[in-house]
Design a protein around this ligand. Structure first.
Ligand code: SF4
Ligand code: SF4
Ligand code: SF4
Length: 256
């Protein structure tokens, strides 16, 4: 008779969620996704998630970070999270791209401070908005404003299996064509689909609205050709710039 000890099950990976400058809509989407994917709650232990629980565990292996870095003090907090986590995931456009927060980078910082805080501008620290990858190393990202709930589930499952998250790097037009949509350019509308990352199911063009690029640009986008297409569609230089910078202002400033 063998005297084998009972096997201790592998501990569940501990997961924490953090927010920086953002609307927290991506965390809401996570809560929404977890309601219908209870298997994920069996596979991980959530130790910190301000929108969903009061506990604040500091021992975690996977950190999901929502929001942009917009203050010098954010850098220290990001570095602490990076030092603790084995895997850091940028959650949503604000964290992944800088997103709409980076629109402020197109204006003088002093003007922005006055517009937002009025005569109390000196009370609050702020600087140029940036994606979290500008401050710490990021292992994976989940694009979108907000994120897609099913893509969140797929990324978590890939990370738990030690696989590369399945984020497409081809243009949105591919998905749009697969849905057999009539291209919006044929009905007098404009769309950033040729240079924007797919993965959302081309939800905006499918519902009659031009893509504004919340999932970020594809690798090596042909920006000049896209600008020509927008100009041919009748957009002014200002309109073209606005299309490119709605979510990608930080990238259009020549930063990655
Ligand atoms: S990416 Fe969009 S939905 Fe998500 S936190 Fe930022 S503004 Fe909100
Ligand atoms: S509507 Fe937009 S995404 Fe769809 S094919 Fe036309 S440009 Fe591409
Ligand atoms: S179609 Fe464009 S703007 Fe709309 S969700 Fe997809 S990437 Fe974002």
């Amino acid at each position: 008779m063998t005297n084998s000890k009972p096997q201790t099950p592998n501990p569940k990976p501990k997961v924490a969620f953090f927010d920086f400058a953002c609307c927290e809509g991506c965390q809401l989407t996570v809560i929404d996704a977890l309601q219908t994917h209870l298997d994920l709650l069996d596979a991980v232990e959530i130790v910190q998630f301000r929108e969903a629980m009061t506990e604040k565990g500091e021992d975690y292996q996977i950190a999901f970070i929502e929001g942009s870095c917009t203050r010098p003090s954010d850098e220290l907090r990001l570095e602490k999270i990076r030092a603790q986590a084995d895997i850091v995931v940028a959650l949503g456009a604000c964290a992944h791209l800088g997103g709409i927060n980076a629109l402020k980078n197109l204006h003088p910082l002093e003007d922005v401070r006055r517009w937002v805080y009025g005569d109390k501008a000196e009370w609050y620290e702020t600087y140029e908005a940036r994606p979290i990858s500008a401050v710490i190393e990021v292992d994976a990202f989940i694009p979108g404003c907000p994120i897609d709930r099913e893509e969140f589930v797929k990324v978590v499952k890939a990370l738990l299996l030690g696989k590369k998250p399945p984020i497409p790097d081809y243009p949105l037009c591919v998905e749009c064509k697969l849905k057999e949509n009539v291209c919006l350019y044929h009905i007098g509308k404009v769309c950033m689909g040729p240079v924007v990352r797919a993965g959302c199911g081309a939800i905006c063009p499918t519902n009659g609205n031009g893509c504004e690029g919340c999932r970020g640009l594809i690798p090596n986008p042909n920006e000049n050709a896209m600008k020509d297409v927008l100009a041919e569609a009748g957009l002014t230089v200002e309109d073209i710039l606005a299309r490119f910078t709605m979510f990608n202002a930080y990238q259009m400033q020549g930063r990655e």
